[in-house]
Design a protein around this ligand. Structure first.
Ligand code: SF4
Length: 731
């Protein structure tokens, strides 16, 4: 615009006068304007080009560039490059072999050499020398790649050297205490050695190992390889050729990983429908749920909203039956309210089994050994620990239980609560009264002992298991009736307890404080527990989610009933952080009601992820928080003091001061004396009674609160788990 104005003015002046030198200069400018514009554009273009080229050259030139021209951008680019070159994506390869005839071992050595030739460390591991319980979780963070070369032996079984590894892996994959993400971060590849002549068993071990690792969230780095000894059917003509083909693929994959594979989409993007990873992730999750979970929880029942009230097992049975018809046979129905002491059995045209086929399958997958139609037994983690001399549970510390001789069982998998921290993830049946087919107590005990002993036998020769402990473990000395469910619901519970004592087995029975009449009619047990999961009506409802509408009066009456007992009684308090730790005064009132001999306080145990519970690790109190709570609580109870501590289980014991004699604690149990007393009681028809103080034993110094050992028996060898969140505290 200004150019145009100047131009108009010039023309006007030219037309009037002769041209001055200035006018001539402007005229020249005007006529050369195109050349001037082009020159300016050329200069600007060159400047822009130089700037771009310089920017591109910086990353490559920073090493040789003069220090004077280094700037911040150059430094950052250099640091980034350094990081990328130094980052280790694969720290090494661990090659596990399960071999009977030596072929898998030979393949492992061969692969190891090839891996080393790539400049990566490789380790060949005999599966029998590897303890997955101690070590496998560490592989998730070690950046190593684990290769499993496993042969299938007779009848689809693992080779002898892989037996323990496979057994452990199978149990862990279905045990929710490990959690579905236990092996998250583990990168693995599997190659199987099998023979397709054995139809039905072909490479079953490698398929299973692959499946179990995947169920625990291990990450396959490539498709499983299956070698076939049957040359007729082998894809490549022989098992050696099959392995060679797989090995080439594996080494290529390894090279890619070692270079630092680009991260694939995590599945958390917003492209809901189109993202392949997201879809795959969802499908895999659903598949895992199908494999592991089976819930009776109302939220997952699929019922219309108006029917989403608490389900009992019969409703559950109906739902299950719509998928899989349960076979129901004629029989009897027993009302719990009329049992224990006086058994009244009402004939019914039809009776149902407590465990439906679908539940049976789900519980079996979780590692329960089911007995008859309503009982179960499972090997406790502490039993395994003490078999290896690695310490017992907190009941060993507080009462002298020998954990390796303890059988954890229940004669009733059903329960009247659906507690948020329930170990069984609500897979089990619930109900307010006994309405199922009933197995005799003799049969339950006989089967429980047999199944427990079989589980112990599997520890024969397992690395670390002490031979003397193994022998002792076969002779059950204690029975913890606290596995799952509500043992007191079983109509023949008194008979069952008498049988235990008859076998010289002590009885620790835990009840959920919903059956006061049954507590009153219960025969003497070595130690009777009531779970006190909350101290107010509201929080009890929130935490225990009871089925009974009158759960609070039942709860209070159960505590009163406990107070009427002569033998040892215990309140078991489970602290759920931010849920129930605030209710100190209310707890002390509940203690006054039942006057228990002992109060066990432990931090809630996180049992892994569950759609049925909102509990998270954030709800698990630290040990010091439990100690503070217990100290405050003990200060409010004039007749009680803190006696023992088991730091490993995040658990403390408050005891009535009647167990402190001459300044020394006597919280342990004289089990032999108890058996003598109970025998005299039974023989006298209940006339010769006895009390808690009649079978006490002195508490050792290491078990006392404040001891340096913090409740860990010095006769044992301490084993520190790296992944403490996976630890569990015991029954
Ligand atoms: S935690 Fe329970 S079942 Fe396990 S050993 Fe101790 S008392 Fe027995």
């Amino acid at each position: 615009m200004p150019t145009f104005i100047v131009f108009v003015l010039l023309l006007a002046s030219i037309s009037q006068d002769a041209r001055s030198p200035t006018e001539s200069y402007f005229m020249w400018l005007w006529h050369s304007r195109l050349y001037l514009y082009s020159a300016a554009a050329l200069v600007f273009g060159l400047w822009f080009l130089l700037k771009k080229v310089r920017h591109l050259l910086i990353p490559y030139s920073n090493l040789c560039m003069s220090p004077f021209i280094k700037n911040d951008k150059v430094d950052k680019a250099a640091k980034k490059n350094d990081r990328e070159t130094k980052e280790v994506h694969v720290s090494g390869v661990k090659i596990f072999y399960g071999s009977q005839t030596g072929t898998a071992k030979g393949f492992a050595n061969e692969l190891s050499e090839e891996v080393k030739s790539l400049g990566l460390p490789a380790e060949v591991i005999d599966m029998k020398d590897y303890d997955p319980d101690d070590q496998l979780a560490d592989e998730c963070i070690s950046k190593s790649v684990c290769v499993f070369l496993v042969a299938t032996y007779t009848d689809g079984q693992p080779t002898e050297n892989a037996e323990w590894f496979c057994k452990w892996l199978e149990e862990a994959s279905t045990d929710f205490r490990y959690g579905k993400t236990y092996l998250k971060g583990l990168r693995y590849a599997v190659f199987g050695l099998g023979n397709s002549v054995y139809v039905g068993h072909y490479n079953t071990v490698c398929k299973n190992v692959d499946k179990w690792l995947w169920m625990l969230s291990g990450r396959r780095i490539m498709t499983r390889g299956e070698g076939d000894c049957n040359v007729v059917k082998s894809l490549n003509g022989s098992i050696q050729a099959d392995f060679l083909t797989w090995k080439v693929k594996f080494l290529n994959r390894l090279k890619t990983l070692a270079k630092g594979e680009k991260k694939s989409c995590s599945g958390k993007c917003k492209t809901e429908g189109s993202c392949k990873n997201k879809r795959k992730e969802r499908q895999e999750e659903e598949k895992k749920d199908d494999l592991v979970e089976s819930s009776s929880d109302e939220d997952e029942s699929g019922l219309p909203d108006e029917k989403k009230t608490v389900l009992d097992v019969e409703d559950l049975g109906n739902i299950m039956n719509s998928v899989k018809k349960a076979k129901v046979r004629d029989g009897q129905m027993v009302k719990l309210s009329k049992l224990n002491g006086v058994q009244k059995i009402e004939d019914e045209g039809e009776r149902r089994e407590m465990i439906t086929p679908a539940l049976r399958e789900a519980l079996t997958k979780q590692g329960y050994k089911l007995i008859g139609s309503h009982s179960g037994v499972k090997l406790c983690r502490w039993t395994k620990s003490m078999l290896r001399g690695r310490g017992g549970c907190y009941k060993h510390t507080f009462y002298g239980i020998e954990s390796h001789r303890c059988m954890e069982t229940t004669p009733s998998l059903a329960c009247a609560n659906k507690c948020v921290f329930c170990w069984r993830h609500h897979t089990n049946p619930v109900g307010t009264e006994w309405r199922w087919k009933m197995d005799p107590a003799e049969k339950i005990l006989e089967d429980a002992l047999e199944k427990h002993q079989n589980m112990i036998r599997q520890f024969r020769g397992v690395p670390g298991v002490k031979p003397d402990r193994y022998e002792e473990g076969l002779a059950v000395k204690h029975c913890a009736l606290s596995l799952v469910g509500e043992p007191i619901m079983y109509p023949e519970i008194n008979n069952f307890i008498r049988l235990l004592h008859h076998h010289q087995i002590s009885s620790f029975l835990v009840t959920n404080a919903q059956f006061p009449q049954e507590i009153r009619s219960l025969v003497p047990v070595t130690q009777l527990y009531v779970s006190v999961d909350a101290s107010t009506q509201d929080s009890l409802k929130k935490i225990d989610r009871p089925l009974f509408k009158d759960f609070w009066p039942r709860f209070l009456d159960s505590l009163k009933a406990l107070g009427e007992k002569k033998q040892r009684t215990v309140y078991r308090l489970t602290l759920v952080k931010s849920w129930n730790v605030e209710e100190m005064q209310a707890y002390s009132e509940l203690i006054a009601l039942g006057q228990p001999d002992f109060i066990e306080v432990k931090g809630v145990t996180y049992c892994g992820e569950s759609s049925a519970s909102s509990l998270t690790m954030a709800n698990v109190p630290w040990h010091q928080e439990v100690v503070t709570f217990v100290q405050q609580l003990a200060d409010m109870l004039p007749e009680y003091e803190i006696a023992c501590e088991h730091e490993h289980s995040n658990c403390l014991l408050i005891a009535h001061t009647k167990f402190k004699m001459d300044g020394e604690w006597w919280t342990w149990i004289d089990y032999e004396r108890f058996q003598e007393l109970i025998q005299a009681y039974d023989e006298s028809g209940g006339q010769q009674t006895f009390s808690a103080l009649d079978y006490v034993a002195k508490t050792p110094s290491w078990a006392l609160f404040g001891a340096q050992e913090q409740g860990f028996d010095p006769a044992e060898t301490r084993f520190q788990r790296r992944n403490k969140s996976k630890d569990i505290s015991g029954c």
